[in-house]
Design a protein around this ligand. Structure first.
Ligand SMILES: [Zn+2]
Length: 241
């Protein structure tokens, strides 16, 4: 008897002489690690690449949470030659790895985002998934009223207080661009069925806002961001030539 299940390779590292150590997000929501024996041998058959989804066949001791890979079939590689999209995808994998939330709907949403990520919706879909992670982690950006009182007439977003504020509780350092507030609110209200129809422009600024919130309120730093920032700066330099 063999167990088979789809999963996405989150990170792959060399291990011992010829093996790989794989961290994988399985379709049933489990985050698992296992050794892929002989993967780096010349004729290694089961070699895994990160950002690829596979159908994994495990030996039946996997029921005891000791995963022994028997073989795998590639479903799809999400690798990108567009460096900006690649860096955003790696950022999502890092977020999944670091939040460590085991949930099959989250897996579903991640695959949806990877399947649909394109140049014109990349920031929107990345913010959608980061918000989804925050929601499952129990600390979304607070948007239903002012974080300090119940006033639903809000004028700004406060990074250090983690949500919207009313006029009375507004401080100079807060972000008072109402279009940004709307975007934060709207990305919280959509789900997989209607996020693509959300026709607002999400840009780098709003992604940075989510990353700053995650750092401050979840104590999680996403280091794939520095790769992303380098790519995005070189894009910018290229565009003013
Ligand atoms: Zn208030």
């Amino acid at each position: 008897m063999k167990d088979k299940i789809n999963g996405l390779a989150l990170s792959i590292n060399p291990y011992r002489e010829n093996d790989q150590l794989a961290k994988v997000f399985l379709q049933d929501g489990r985050l698992v690690s296992f050794v892929v024996k002989g993967a780096n041998k010349v004729n290694g058959k089961n070699k895994l690449n990160e950002l690829s989804s596979y159908l994994f066949f495990f030996d039946d001791n996997s029921l005891k949470d000791i995963f022994t890979l028997q073989r795998r079939q590639l479903n799809k590689s999400y690798y990108e030659y567009n460096m900006r999209l690649l860096s955003l995808k790696l950022l999502l994998l890092e977020a999944i790895n670091k939040f460590k939330i085991e949930d099959k709907e989250l897996y579903n949403n991640l695959i949806f985002v990877l399947d649909n990520l394109k140049d014109d919706n990349a920031y929107k879909l990345v913010c959608f998934l980061l918000n989804d992670l925050l929601k499952r982690n129990g600390n979304q950006i607070y948007t239903s009223s002012c974080v300090e009182c119940n006033n639903t007439v809000v004028v700004a977003y406060s990074q250090n207080r983690g949500g919207f504020v009313c006029e009375k509780h507004y401080k100079n350092e807060d972000i008072s661009d109402l279009s940004i507030l709307k975007k934060i609110r709207h990305i919280q209200l959509v789900d997989q069925t209607n996020v693509l129809q959300l026709n607002e422009e999400y840009d780098e600024e709003i992604l940075l806002l989510f990353l700053a919130f995650i750092k401050e309120h979840c104590d999680i730093t996403l280091s794939a961001y520095s790769f992303y920032a380098n790519v995005s700066n070189s894009d910018r330099r290229a565009s003013v030539k």
